[in-house]
Write a protein that binds this ligand. Structure first.
Ligand SMILES: NC(=O)C1=CN([C@@H]2O[C@H](COP(=O)(O)OP(=O)(O)OC[C@H]3O[C@@H](n4cnc5c(N)ncnc54)[C@H](OP(=O)(O)O)[C@@H]3O)[C@@H](O)[C@H]2O)C=CC1
Ligand SMILES: N[C@@H](CCC(=O)N[C@@H](CSC=O)C(=O)NCC(=O)O)C(=O)O
Ligand SMILES: [Zn+2]
Ligand SMILES: [Zn+2]
Length: 385
């Protein structure tokens, strides 16, 4: 796109979610120029994460329609608004649904990767000035999603919600660092801080769970058990570093629970367990499979509106710890460069998660791919228009 687009609206292709449970409408929309502290990105690749499907299903309390979903995306900065100092046109970038302003109470706490700078408006599907940059051909406003909206060839994000990366890093792989891979890997190496010889069980072995597995392997965990109801995940688990795989539908003795099985396999329970399913019953199993006295269970999966977790308080009284992790505890702007380097030097598998590729216009099939056990991520490419 020539520099003549700067300061002007751009017409481009996008996938609009007009309503829950309805296919996305692939259509031409208008993307306004970025305002102050905003960045307009030409998205090159975007992948579909389970959370996009979850929001499209109508289960997300923050789900607003019509909106442009998508939060695993990478591209090139087309233009920037006033006062943007951290990226410039031409930079290769990843959109960040967990912003990092570096100034708020959260960013300066040293205790969390959550940032409050744009989170309130982000959850309401609007930019910080309370308006939207997306409009359809009827002139109707379309909401943003997770501060990213990567299911549009051009998107506008807050300057705190984007990170520039090494231009030598392929943008298709980089898109996966925008969510799934970073989330799982970070949950293992940062949130849980798994140590050598620890034992780990991972419930739900999609991209997030497999990324936990590779993080646990990187840390030298002695036993890494993948738990998934789909046998197609078994080989993936071993490929990413698991030592064992259990399908609770097939591999339990009569009357045995998954918790009993895991406790038996690990001499009393695991040092760390991770829920990567979003199923609250599994979250309970994951906690109760932890070792008495010190086991920690990390919730990563996103549960539907109205769901609650429960366990006997005695589980916590006797030393098990329940934690959560968003974006793997990773601070997107200050820590993404390290993950890109790990990927470039072969320490972090990323491309291996790209099991399917499609042109962007096949985005509805990409949502279907998610339901097939062999699909980890479908990466969509915006074709030249
Ligand atoms: N906290 C955060 O920052 C983030 C959270 N998430 C959330 O993490 C979760 C995983 O995401 P993602 O990897 O993309 O999703 P996937 O759908 O690719 O993976 C989930 C896996 O869990 C399996 N599964 C479902 N039910 C069970 C069960 N009862 N026991 C064992 N395995 C089960 C699924 O099998 P099958 O396919 O057969 O159903 C699938 O293999 C989602 O809830 C997502 O919303 C994602 C990114 C960031
Ligand atoms: N909107 C939902 C909660 C959704 C959620 O938990 N999102 C995760 C990321 S999921 C990515 O694929 C997250 O990081 N949450 C932290 C945040 O600040 O949003 C709801 O309202 O329940
Ligand atoms: Zn995601
Ligand atoms: Zn902040």
């Amino acid at each position: 796109m020539p520099a003549s687009t700067v300061g002007k609206p751009i017409q481009c292709i996008a996938a609009v979610a007009y309503d829950a449970k309805k296919p996305l409408s692939v259509e031409e929309i208008t993307v306004d120029p970025p305002k102050a502290h905003e960045v307009r990105i030409k998205v090159e690749y975007t992948a579909v994460c389970h959370t996009d499907a979850y929001t499209l299903s109508g289960s997300d309390p923050e789900g607003l329609f019509p909106c442009i979903l998508g939060h695993e995306g990478a591209g090139i900065v087309e233009s920037v608004g006033d006062d943007v100092t951290t990226v410039k046109p031409g930079d290769h970038v990843i959109a960040l649904y967990t912003a990092e302003c570096g100034k708020c109470k959260f960013c300066t706490s040293g205790k969390t990767n959550l940032c409050s700078a744009v989170r309130a408006t982000q959850g309401r599907g609007i930019m910080p000035d309370e308006t939207t940059r997306f409009h359809n051909d009827k002139g109707e406003d379309i909401f943003h999603f997770m501060g990213c909206s990567t299911f549009s060839e051009y998107t506008v994000v807050a300057d705190v919600s984007v990170v520039a990366i090494d231009p030598k890093a392929p943008l298709d792989a980089a898109s996966l660092l925008g969510c799934g891979v970073t989330t799982g890997y970070g949950a293992a190496v940062k949130t849980a801080n798994v140590q050598k010889n620890d034992t780990v069980a991972v419930f739900g072995c999609g991209t997030v769970g497999l990324s936990v597995i590779q993080g646990a392997k990187a840390r030298g965990a002695s036993k890494i058990i993948g738990v998934d109801i789909n046998n197609k995940k078994k080989q993936y688990c071993f490929d990413f570093g698991a030592t064992d795989f259990i399908n609770p539908k097939e591999d339990l003795a009569k009357g045995q629970t998954i918790v009993e099985k895991l406790i038996e396999m690990t001499d009393g329970g695991l040092d760390f367990t991770f829920d990567c399913t979003g199923n609250t019953k599994i979250m309970r199993d994951a906690l109760e499979a932890c070792h008495k006295g010190w086991g920690q269970s990390i919730i990563i999966g996103v549960a539907a509106a109205g769901e609650e977790i429960s366990t006997r308080p005695f589980q916590l009284v006797t030393g098990r710890v329940w934690k959560g992790s968003a974006f793997g505890g990773i601070k997107g702007r200050s820590e993404m460069g390290g993950l890109i380097k790990d990927y470039q030097n072969g320490a972090l598998k990323v491309e291996e998660f790209i099991t399917h590729r499609r042109p962007f216009k096949e985005i509805n099939q990409a949502f279907e791919d998610l339901h097939h056990g062999d699909c980890l991520r479908t990466v969509l490419k915006f074709d030249k228009q």
